[in-house]
Design a binder for this molecule. Structure first.
Ligand code: ADP
Ligand code: MG
Length: 263
């Protein structure tokens, strides 16, 4: 079953085409890696998938819910008349659909003045309106799973980068999402902490969690992802089985990109 689909997504910033006709699906239980040079539009794409940014034109679905349709060459978001971020933030129709996904950023994005536990518990209570006792139990469960049960009452600044990123992953998991998006989850970490985080994500893949991971870790993408999308200059250049695409790319542009990782 497809949990998510985006079709012909287009995005321009100040006259610069950043995404041009991007289409892909995410199936249940699948790990999709998105690779590509810096500036190719990966972050913008994830931000559009997670309603942090509006697309200009295209279509988008979460399960059976069509969130965006295309009307006269413009995106039409369900329950809103324009394409402003302000409307997107206030869009009540999207609130339920937002709980289908969690998002882990490169820079962790924890609230510095909140404890680890509060960081993990906040959105399930304030956004998803779940019972605080139930949420606390789940938060502690996921912190334990991330090896952080003894850090629940610490503040983010008291943790290493790897620990902070594990808190961010626990926070995403505590939303009980159907899909977790990761935007370069290890780019801010040194090699040792990177492997610590990659190990955690690998475990989640073993549990058959549906994940979309923007990454520069090619060996990880080859070994952990099912499918890979290679983006360049706002378009999908090549898409395919992860092992095949990374070890035997078909397109010249993909070959050149991957070559850099073998030098
Ligand atoms: N909010 C924004 N305003 C203007 N330009 C942007 C904005 N966000 C991204 N861009 C531009 O879009 C292009 C793609 O950026 P990005 O999606 O961050 O790529 P990647 O994540 O692949 O490095 C870049 O040229 C970047 O400068
Ligand atoms: Mg990026």
């Amino acid at each position: 079953m497809s949990l998510f689909e985006i079709k012909n997504c287009k995005k321009t910033f100040n006259g610069q085409k950043v995404l041009d006709d991007i289409s892909f699906k995410i199936n249940e239980g699948e790990v999709l890696a998105i690779i590509g040079s810096s500036g190719s539009g990966k972050t913008t794409l994830l931000r559009i998938c997670t309603f942090l940014e509006c697309m200009d034109d295209g279509e988008m679905w979460y399960l059976d819910n069509q969130v965006v349709s295309s009307s006269s060459g413009r995106a039409k978001y369900i329950g809103q008349d324009d394409l402003s971020l302000d409307s997107l933030n206030k869009n009540k129709e999207l609130v339920k659909i937002k709980s289908y996904f969690g998002l882990v950023f490169q820079s962790f994005n924890l609230f510095p003045h909140w404890t680890v536990l509060k960081n993990v518990m906040d959105a399930p209570i304030s956004v998803q309106k779940r019972n605080p006792n139930e949420v606390k139990e789940r938060a502690m469960y996921f912190l334990k799973k991330m090896g952080l049960e003894d850090k629940a009452n610490n503040y983010p600044c008291e943790l290493s980068g790897g620990q902070q990123q594990r808190v961010a992953i626990a926070r995403a998991l505590c939303l009980e999402p159907k899909i977790i998006y990761f935007d370069e989850p290890t780019s801010a970490l040194d090699p040792e902490l990177t492997s610590e985080i990659l190990k955690v994500i690998k475990e989640l893949a073993k549990e058959k969690r549906t994940m979309v991971i923007v990454t520069h870790e090619m060996n990880f993408a080859r070994d952990v992802a099912d499918r890979v999308i290679f983006m360049n200059d706002g378009v999908v250049v090549e898409e395919g089985n992860a092992y095949d695409l990374i070890t035997n790319p078909k397109k010249e542009r993909t070959k050149r990109f991957l070559q850099k990782y073998n030098e």
